[in-house]
Design a protein around this ligand. Structure first.
Ligand code: SF4
Length: 166
């Protein structure tokens, strides 16, 4: 049986999923090795048990936590897709200003509906994460490296880069 793969998103610009979709030729080559059972960007299908869940975006609301835990409960492996999911990324760059103040600045008096949102948090703040594809957006080649390793049952290894040089 082919590994069942799903893609999910929370608070994000969806740029990481777009990077995945832009790999259409490479993904077609891998279709023989996996079954994509859930991917909102391309299909309304919903699956049940998953072998691999790629999750994009940060967690901001109580309902996000509930949904993330449900995804975790039905996924053998859960991979953080991109910086929003891995570190809360750009969503966390809201400084130390109160959320209510930020919401008012962006949405004015109509912002009350957004006040249920809390500080953006990475996936790992709520559920165990088995791996990550870093970047904002992710690198398509690195995503394929991770996906291919997972499909053959290996632990994905990405190169580490020095950010500073002497
Ligand atoms: Fe968008 Fe960057 Fe977040 Fe990916 S990591 S969803 S590109 S903001």
């Amino acid at each position: 049986m082919k590994p069942r793969v799903g893609f999910f998103d929370f608070a994000s610009c969806e740029g990481c999923q777009l990077t995945v979709l832009n790999l259409e030729n490479e993904l077609l080559d891998l279709v023989e090795l996996m079954e994509i059972v859930e991917f909102r960007e391309i299909s309304s299908a919903h699956g049940e048990e998953l072998d691999i869940a790629f999750v994009e975006g940060s967690i901001c609301r109580p309902e996000d936590v509930k949904r993330l835990r449900a995804i975790r409960a039905r996924s053998r492996q859960l991979i953080a897709l991109g910086a929003c999911a891995d570190t809360a990324g750009i969503n966390a760059l809201t400084s130390d200003r109160p959320v209510a103040e930020l919401v008012r600045e962006v949405y004015g008096d109509k912002g009350e509906a957004f006040l249920v949102a809390g500080r953006p948090r990475p996936l790992e703040a709520f559920v165990p994460v088995d791996g990550r594809v870093p970047g904002c957006p992710i690198d398509g080649g690195e995503f394929l490296t991770v996906l291919q390793a997972l499909l053959i049952g290996r632990t994905p290894e990405l190169p580490t880069f020095a950010v500073c040089a002497e």
